[in-house]
Design a protein around this ligand. Structure first.
Ligand SMILES: O=C(O)C(=O)C[C@]1(C(=O)O)C=C[C@@H](O)C=C1
Length: 383
């Protein structure tokens, strides 16, 4: 493909290369020409895809289809599941899904601009999770607390929210569950994010730092590493990892534990990377909104239930699930705060509430419980 100078772009790049390498150059030229030709086709296809998204938007607008939701988590999950199943390689499924998420994100942006609130400030893992799920074409808006993320979505100042729900090392984030007790919002998706923690500092020798700042969750995720490598360093919990990075920037005798994004924002050097104790340290986030999400084919349902005050209460809650062959993948209990020793149970079950066996089990569960709310049926996280 010719560029402005009438030269192939690959030719231009190797103009000054050593002529003794002409064989290598020739081979490179050929491959780069193929890449250019593929990119041209790719660009045409991308534009065609974007035009399809515009047509979809027009139909949604004209017909008022399904409450006018432009963002369709079930459809996105189906696309991502399909491309990972059909991926011929050599690109890994993680890379394929990342690329497709960005394509869908850009197409969605043509349909409607979307705002997503997350637990701020900028640079937190919650922001990383929001970008991973919604792509970079959405606007992410930092909030001061998980409660505020809920509030902004409830008020409609943003379209969706992303809140952490559990970490594979540290367990459930009970605050998020507690906020659900008083919120009408629904869950429309989940995101899993591999969490890599890093020690960052302006100090030339990280072994001489005297203090380390981080969010309590992150300090806990690196407990062993800190004991082994910085046993006498004071650990100072702060409100976020980005705040930790900000302090480390100002205090050369200190370091921060945070994600790579925070290091970038505060221009800190990463002195030691991947210091999390568990090598598959993962945090799960929920996408919250006002939307009921149709079936994607690979779904889960989250319930909030309070048991009737009687013997074998939990047994009575579990029996309908067993009777309809449903898997319960998680259960958490939280004090109700209405009365002593009364609890709410948060349950995840496999399947979507519109599947007949799930619907039947939910009906029976509702009879067995004091109160039951379906917080959402939504697609399982894709990579
Ligand atoms: O299928 C739709 O409803 C679309 O709006 C298209 C599309 C896409 O780009 O594939 C875009 C946004 C939605 O969240 C899901 C899918």
């Amino acid at each position: 493909m010719d560029n402005n100078n009438g030269k192939k772009s690959s030719e231009k790049l190797i103009d000054n290369a050593d002529t003794t390498n002409s064989d290598v150059n020739k081979k490179l030229l050929e491959i780069r020409d193929s890449i250019d030709a593929i990119d041209d086709q790719f660009l045409q296809l991308l534009s065609q895809r974007a035009e399809c998204a515009e047509k979809v938007a027009q139909i949604k607008r004209e017909t008022g289809e399904v409450d006018l939701w432009f963002y369709r988590p079930e459809r996105e999950a189906q696309i991502l599941n399909r491309v990972t199943e059909n991926n011929p390689g050599p690109l890994k499924n993680e890379r394929i899904t990342a690329i497709y998420r960005e394509i869908i994100s850009s197409c969605l942006a043509l349909e409607q601009s979307i705002k997503v609130a997350f637990l701020g400030p900028n640079g937190t893992f919650s922001q990383e999770a929001s970008k991973k799920h919604f792509g970079h074409a959405v606007e992410t808006v930092p909030m001061g607390s998980i409660g505020q993320v809920f509030k902004e979505v409830e008020n409609g100042t943003v379209d969706y929210g992303v809140v952490p729900i559990e970490n594979s090392t540290e367990g459930v984030i009970s605050y998020t569950l507690d906020v659900f007790m008083h919120s009408p919002l629904k869950i429309s998706g989940e995101i899993t994010l591999r969490i890599h923690q890093n020690l960052m500092t302006v100090n030339k020798d990280w072994r001489t730092i005297k203090r380390v700042y981080s969010h309590p969750q992150s300090l806990a995720q690196c407990r062993q590493w800190l004991n082994d490598n910085l046993p006498n360093v004071e650990q100072i919990p702060v409100s976020s990892n980005t705040e930790a990075a900000r302090r480390a920037k100002e205090d050369p005798e200190s370091g921060a534990i945070a994600g790579a994004l925070a290091a970038k924002i505060y221009e800190l050097d990463i002195a030691y990377s991947n210091i999390e104790d568990s090598k598959d340290n993962t945090t799960r986030f929920l996408v919250i909104g006002k939307q009921d999400v149709p079936q994607s084919g690979k779904d889960k349902t989250t319930l909030m239930i309070s048991a009737k005050n009687r013997s074998g209460a939990l047994y009575h809650l579990l029996a309908p699930l067993a009777a309809h062959g449903l898997d319960m993948t998680r259960i958490e209990s939280r004090p109700s705060r209405n009365a002593n020793w009364e609890y709410y149970f948060f349950m995840d079950i496999d399947g979507h509430s519109s599947e007949p066996n799930v619907a039947k089990a939910l009906e029976e569960l509702s009879e067995e419980s004091e109160l039951m709310r379906v917080l959402g049926s939504y697609p399982k996280a894709v990579l």
